[in-house]
Structures are given as C-alpha cells and as structure tokens.
Design a protein around this ligand. Structure first.
Ligand code: TMP
Length: 236
C-alpha cells in the first residue's frame, strides 16, 4: 500500500500517515490558515520550512532532556514521529503581553511578563477552543499529576527556547504546545513552527501574525526563512 493510502488524519496544515505500529509520518502542507480556517492561502515552500524548524527545535529539546515525538526526517516535508495518544488540549506559554492575553489582563502590549504565564485550551473548533481551568481539565480526564508534569515540561521548554531564540537574535514572545502519551510517558507532539509561536526580530513579527495582519505570501515566507536561517546558525 502507498503511504498516501494510510492517512490517519488530515488537518488544516498537516497530514498524518500510518507507516508501522507506534509510528506516524507527519507531512507539512504549504497551506496557512487563520481565524479558525476562514482565512486560507497556499505558500509554496512553507511546509518544508516549518518541518525544518520543527526538526531543529525538537532535536534541541531532546538534546536537553525534554522528550518529544520526533524520530527522524523522511523527506523535504515529512518527519517520522512516535504515535501518541493526544490530550485534547493546547498549552500556551507566554513571556510577553500580546495577543489574547491583552483581553484578560490590564497589561501594555509588548510588556515583559514578570513570570511566564501558562494557559490551557480545549481543542475544539466547534466550541472555539475555550480556555480551561484545572477543574475543567479534570473533567476532560487530565489528572493533577499530569497537569503538573505538563506545566513543568512547558516551563523547561520555555527556558531552553528563550535562550536559543535569544542567541539567534529573536525574542520568543509566546508559543503553543500539544502533548500526548507514548507507553505511559508524556511527550511533546505536533509541531513547533512560526505557525504556533510568536517571535520578534527587532520588535517586528517573523511569524503567522504577518499573515493574520494581511501581509502577502512573499513577506510571510521570507520571515519564516529568516527564522530558519537564524536557528540553523545557532544549533550548528
Ligand atoms: P493567542 O495570543 O492568540 O492566545 O496565541 C498565543 C500563542 O499560541 C501564539 O503563539 C499562537 C499560538 N496559538 C496556536 O498555535 N493555536 C491556536 O489555536 C491559538 C489560539 C494560539
């Protein structure tokens, strides 16, 4: 059977194929979406760039003791990953007041937070990804010890990546992680790319905010490539 025959999930920006037990192939598409899929565009080369940034970040995390689902590269747009049993949540970590945090707290846009802020959201297009507290998480079946571990891994990831981005001349504003279980261990899954982190270069975005703001595909891919180039330089 061809790989394409084994699609287990197709999302807005990625396709997952089943190759063998316990493993998946994650293909990054060239699409970019915002506003829950209402804004949509194809940007040639974007899938390859996001897969490379994800590989760099996940390899860096692994090297520093943070477990992710990344196994190896398969081709330009495809990574081999461990098949996780995903938690239905998104975990956001923030260093700078921006985005939806400005609707919750009386902070100045761009202000440094005095400590990282972690937020949990329920992954549901239907409900509009609502924010969750720890009681909501318990109802969803995420235990206190799992929450504690997920928070710890998120904070460690933040410390490692803040430094990596700083070395690359970038400011890591915020990011989103997803987690899943593999043989009773909790690992980081999904991707880590400018689609799901905010980074600033001299206080200007080099991430999906450019697309959200209505910039064209040339500007967006140029920014994503700049992030890749800078990260490649600091990890090699
Ligand atoms: P927010 O400020 O819009 O809540 O976003 C915080 C960070 O989380 C930002 O880096 C973008 C990322 N994010 C996602 O990757 N997926 C999402 O569905 C949302 C809401 C945010």
């Amino acid at each position: 059977m061809t790989l394409e025959g084994n699609v287990v999930h197709e999302g807005k920006t990625k396709i997952l194929y089943k190759e063998k037990p316990g493993e998946l192939i994650m293909e990054f598409k060239d699409s970019i979406t915002a506003m829950n899929g209402r804004l949509k565009e194809t940007i040639p080369g974007k899938g390859e760039v996001c897969s490379k940034i994800t590989e760099i970040i996940f390899s860096h995390l692994e090297k520093n003791g943070v477990n992710t689902h990344f196994i190896s590269r398969v081709s330009e747009k495809k990574l081999r990953v461990k098949e996780l049993e995903m938690y239905p949540i998104e975990v956001v970590c923030r260093n700078i007041a921006f985005g939806s945090l400005l609707k919750r707290l009386p902070l100045r846009s761009g202000e440094e937070l005095k400590r990282p802020v972690i937020e949990f959201y329920y992954k549901s297009d239907e409900l509009g990804d609502p924010m969750l507290n720890e009681d909501h998480l318990a109802i969803l079946g995420v235990s206190e010890s799992e929450i504690k571990e997920i928070r710890g891994t998120t904070l460690k990831t933040n410390e490692l990546l803040k430094e990596l981005f700083r070395n690359a001349g970038l400011k890591l504003v915020d990011f989103k992680l997803e987690f899943g279980k593999y043989k009773s261990n909790i690992l980081i899954g999904d991707e880590f790319s400018p689609d799901n982190f905010r980074a600033w270069l001299e206080n200007r975005p080099v991430d999906k905010d450019l697309f959200r703001m209505g910039e064209g595909r040339d500007t967006v891919i140029k920014a994503y490539l700049e992030v890749l180039k800078r990260l490649e330089k600091v990890v090699n």
